[in-house]
Design a protein around this ligand. Structure first.
Ligand SMILES: NC(=O)c1ccc[n+]([C@@H]2O[C@H](COP(=O)([O-])OP(=O)(O)OC[C@H]3O[C@@H](n4cnc5c(N)ncnc54)[C@H](OP(=O)(O)O)[C@@H]3O)[C@@H](O)[C@H]2O)c1
Length: 281
């Protein structure tokens, strides 16, 4: 199975399907990521907040894969938005990941009610980290349209990606449109709604029509919309199921039926980024 790549606005490319490790326990991360790499995943999405970067690094090192054959994303933790701390945190991440450079470093949350509302200084720190060669690409996560507009207006640097919650119950239309307007690739987190969309009858019906599973048709819906996805699973069989989405197609009508499940704000599973203010002690 060949995973397509998406061209980013900084002349790099990212595999459209990856493997996410949110809630993968640190002690189980190395074996879980090793299994994902065996299945064929070549894009791992972790974060400082997940406390499992070391396991990701161990699995990649043990895999024997060439550095350039695995795309690695990590994200700045919420306590490190001050520029000096952002820079120190990426050095620590690189040590844990056993890498000289990550492919993509993201601001995990904008935290507009923290740090005097100044996420632009944090974005500037990421710009400098890219210039220093510690990350190949830089981007953001959970940025609302106004947050995107502001960092772009104040620095002139457009993020390569915006990683936001998107799944059939929560289309996040305004953010996806803002991303498209700026030439920012959308990464859809919780692509199968953390499992909650899988029992939905319309998705079940589309899956039955195609002889596929609910998870496969949901992930296929995302990739046909052009978004980047990295479903998480602790189970090898599900990892393989989620990886097998490039040998079938949803019709326009099937795409529209799944898109019709959008509940707007009511469908959101995670926090609203405008209000989210969690900073670890
Ligand atoms: N930037 C952010 O703020 C943010 C927030 C959340 C997530 N993320 C990223 O996005 C990734 C994906 O999101 P997510 O982990 O929250 O949710 P998700 O990938 O939508 O769903 C994961 C859940 O679905 C289950 N599952 C996976 N494949 C399945 C299948 N084929 N059939 C049935 N159940 C299946 C998993 O259970 P098992 O593990 O038991 O198989 C797990 O409970 C994360 O791992 C992380 O990398 C980013």
């Amino acid at each position: 199975m060949t995973v397509p790549t998406i061209a980013l606005n900084d002349d790099t490319a990212i595999p459209q399907l990856g493997f996410g490790v949110f809630k993968v326990p640190p002690a189980e991360t190395a074996t879980t990521v090793a299994t994902a790499l065996e299945v064929g995943y070549r894009h791992i999405d972790t974060a400082q907040m997940y406390a499992n970067e070391a396991g990701v690094g161990d699995a990649i090192a043990a895999s024997g894969l060439a550095r350039d054959d695995v795309y690695v994303t990590t994200k700045l933790n919420n306590g490190f938005h001050l520029p000096a701390e952002a820079k120190a945190s990426l050095s620590r991440s690189l040590e844990l990941l056993r890498l000289d450079v990550v492919d993509l470093f993201l601001i995990h949350w904008p935290l507009p009610t923290r740090y005097d509302g100044d996420f632009v200084q944090t974005w500037q720190a990421l710009i400098e980290l890219r210039e220093a060669g510690l990350t190949r690409s830089i981007g953001v996560s959970n940025f609302q349209p106004a947050h995107l507009d502001r960092i772009i207006a104040e620095t002139g640097v457009v993020p390569a990606v915006n990683q936001v919650e998107v799944h059939p119950f929560f289309d996040n239309t305004a953010v996806r449109e803002a991303d498209a307007r700026h030439g920012v690739a959308t990464e859809a987190w919780a692509p199968i709604g953390q499992g909650k969309v899988l029992d939905e009858p319309t998705i079940g019906a589309v899956a039955a029509e195609l002889g596929r599973t609910p998870s496969q048709v949901t992930l296929r819906w995302h990739v046909q919309r052009g978004d980047i996805v990295f479903p998480k699973s602790m189970h090898a069989a599900r990892m393989a199921e989620n990886f097998a989405i490039f040998d079938f197609t949803l019709s326009d009508e099937q795409m529209a039926r799944i898109s019709g499940l959008d509940e707007g704000e009511a469908g959101r599973l995670g926090p609203n980024p405008d209000a989210f203010d969690y900073v670890p002690d």
